[in-house]
Design a protein around this ligand. Structure first.
Ligand code: SF4
Length: 183
């Protein structure tokens, strides 16, 4: 029996909604697991970022919002042979990309000082133990070599499951031209 494909998932500058689409694979997950073993995933298993194995396929949610996203993406770039930018945030910047309408200073002031749910009379903006925001949100391609993009917010589970299974079978993936989003 041929070795199974080593597959992983990762989240960066996103909301984790794309990973819920993977959880929604339902029975298709069993088909995927006949062909592949999940070796790394912050959702599906206990994962340590400093113990990432070599991967044949890596599915990445989210773009590059902060310096931790970039650091992890660059590390994963060395570990994964085939990278799927998964979801609109990963492909294009998505919802976090709306932050590009403001400067980092404006965003931090709104989040930490001015928002109606914040109580911060001293006006402290944390700059330790919080990853520093980059000047702009960028798509995953700013830090990783991408082999396939699957947009959608989140992408439709059936489309993603079919794309992953097609890839694992070594066949050519054809995504629908429209209606890639779950809702
Ligand atoms: Fe969340 Fe949508 Fe971005 Fe996926 S594409 S991480 S669902 S905001």
């Amino acid at each position: 029996m041929a070795d199974k494909v080593k597959i992983g998932t990762m989240w960066l500058g996103g909301c984790s909604g794309c990973h819920l689409s993977i959880a929604d694979f339902h029975e298709s997950l069993l088909d995927v697991m006949e062909l592949a073993d999940f070796e790394f995933s912050p959702v599906l298993m206990d994962t340590k970022y400093d113990e990432v194995p070599e991967l044949d396929v890596l599915i990445v949610e989210g773009g590059i919002r902060n310096d931790e996203n970039r650091e992890l993406a660059e590390m994963l770039n060395e570990k994964a042979k085939f990278v799927i930018a998964y979801g609109t945030c990963s492909c294009y910047g998505g919802i976090p990309g709306l932050g590009n309408l403001w400067t980092v200073e404006e965003l931090e002031e709104e989040a930490y000082i001015n928002s109606c749910s914040t109580v911060n009379p001293e006006g402290i903006i944390p700059n330790e133990e919080v990853p520093a925001l980059e000047s702009r949100v960028r798509p995953l391609s700013a830090a990783m070599d991408i082999d396939l993009i699957i947009p959608g917010c989140p992408p439709r589970s059936d489309v993603v499951a079919e794309a992953v299974l097609t890839l694992l079978r070594g066949e050519t993936i054809e995504l629908p031209a429209t209606n890639l989003c779950e809702v």
